[in-house]
Design a protein around this ligand. Structure first.
Ligand code: AMP
Length: 410
């Protein structure tokens, strides 16, 4: 492990010639920072990840243009230091813009926005709705401002894509004042991913006219969205990313009276309940093993009953949700699977489609099995009622694209 920021001669040369007018994409989370430097034509990129932030084990894993791997320690694990080191690593490539993944843009932002003082203060203010993510986003913006005050920055909010949802989908059946005075409504998340894969599906399908997709982003976090003609009409996540599908450690939909029940019966505090629902539930809670589907699939194959139930519940809940979201679409062109699970687990895709057995969906088992490890393609047969696609998501590319568009660079 090295503490120094070194660049090889070949990397420098390769970088200068291939990375034309690159955009830096920063995805600052509570304990990690993902970054990508993407060339204007989107064909070349440098990527990296700062992980374990907040801990002494914090480090940056950086992949150069040549595919060479570097590891850089971050003594003390502070976000600010990690960002400084990332910027130092990329300094030589003369990036022309920075695009941030913003998690919560509230009602304010229905599209990507150029950062100014007002935008930065809104990102900070909206931490009430995303306490883990928005403060980290603000740190990322400020770190760039401190070192490169002249480089334009853009925030692409996870919530922005879903601002096209109609009131019938975004309102909760709660007293009106909660919405009007306190902005309590459904916002939706994973917007850049749903936008990217639905746009890509519309590019590669041969279906004519307007397209209605159900996009299933199944990773550690999971959400599904109904996208018609490029617009989100409904989605599974809500005020926070806890609503909707069962996830790695998040419960998804549960009875809202659970909080009061647990408080009364078990004396749990609201903080304890919140932690349990966000960090100890989902695949982890049911399997009792892990939030990682690979571990659970292996245990299930070896006969572990709780692992088998975790997978069955996961697939049942995704299928049930997709079936209900289909009601939002004027036309149902197809389903798009993405995210670590959606892109890699053929058995999970097959089980989800089997749950939706009344829809006339037909898929080719061999095609399904072949679509893993970053492959893009379809698995429906000719007589299927709808199309079925696996499209690897590329949130970094989408953020870079929206950043360039917002700044008029495209
Ligand atoms: P993401 O958050 O999109 O990185 O997705 C993480 C999830 O994808 C974890 O639950 C992983 O277990 C799952 N995953 C990644 N690769 C595979 C695979 N080959 N088979 C099954 N699940 C996978």
């Amino acid at each position: 492990m090295s503490d120094s920021v070194t660049t090889t001669f070949s990397d420098l040369n390769a970088g200068k010639s291939k990375l034309i007018n690159p955009t830096l994409v920063l995805n600052c989370g509570s304990s990690s920072i993902k970054y990508a430097l993407i060339s204007e034509d989107e064909s070349t990129r440098i990527t990296g990840l700062a992980e374990n932030l907040g801990l002494d084990t914090a480090r940056i894993k950086h992949t150069t243009l040549n595919g060479e791997k570097l590891e850089i320690t971050i003594p003390g694990g502070r976000h600010e230091l990690a960002l400084q080191k990332i910027l130092a690593l990329l300094e030589q490539y003369d990036f022309i813009a920075v695009g941030h993944r913003g998690v919560h843009g509230g009602r304010e932002y229905s599209e990507a926005v150029r950062v100014d003082e007002h935008v930065l203060s809104e990102v900070k203010r909206l931490k009430v709705l995303a306490p883990l993510h928005n403060p980290a986003n603000a740190l990322g913006i400020e770190a760039v401002q401190a070192i490169y005050p002249e480089i334009p920055q853009v925030v692409v909010f996870d919530t922005a894509f879903h601002q096209t949802m109609p009131a019938v989908a975004y309102r909760y059946p709660l007293p009106k004042s909660l919405y009007e005075e306190h902005k309590i409504r459904r916002y939706g998340f994973h917007g850049t991913s749903h936008a990217y894969v639905s746009e890509r599906a519309s590019e590669i399908t041969s279906a004519k006219g307007s397209h209605g997709w159900l996009t299933a982003h199944l990773g550690n976090g999971c959400s599904a969205t109904a996208v018609y003609d490029g617009e989100s009409l409904d989605t599974s996540m809500g005020l926070t990313p806890l609503e909707g599908l069962m996830m790695g450690t998040r419960c998804g939909d549960i009875d809202p009276s659970l909080h009061i029940h647990l408080k009364r019966q078990l004396g749990m505090s609201l903080e304890e309940i919140d932690k349990m629902l966000n960090s100890e539930s989902g695949l982890l809670g049911i399997s009792g093993l892990s939030n990682d589907l690979r571990t659970i699939e292996q245990a299930a194959n070896e006969g572990h009953k709780d692992a088998q139930l975790a997978i069955e519940m996961f697939c049942y809940r995704v299928g049930k949700y997709l079936a209900s979201l289909s009601c939002a679409l004027p036309e149902f062109t197809g389903i798009v699977f993405t995210g670590g699970i959606g892109e890699n687990s053929a058995t999970t895709r097959a089980s989800i489609l089997t749950v939706m057995r009344h829809f006339g969906i037909q898929f080719d088992e061999d095609k399904n099995a072949s679509l893993v490890g970053g492959a893009e393609g379809s698995l429906h047969t000719e007589d299927s009622s709808i199309e079925l696609w696996v499209i690897p998501t590329d949130e970094e590319c989408q953020i870079a694209k929206e950043t360039r568009q917002t700044l008029g660079l495209d």
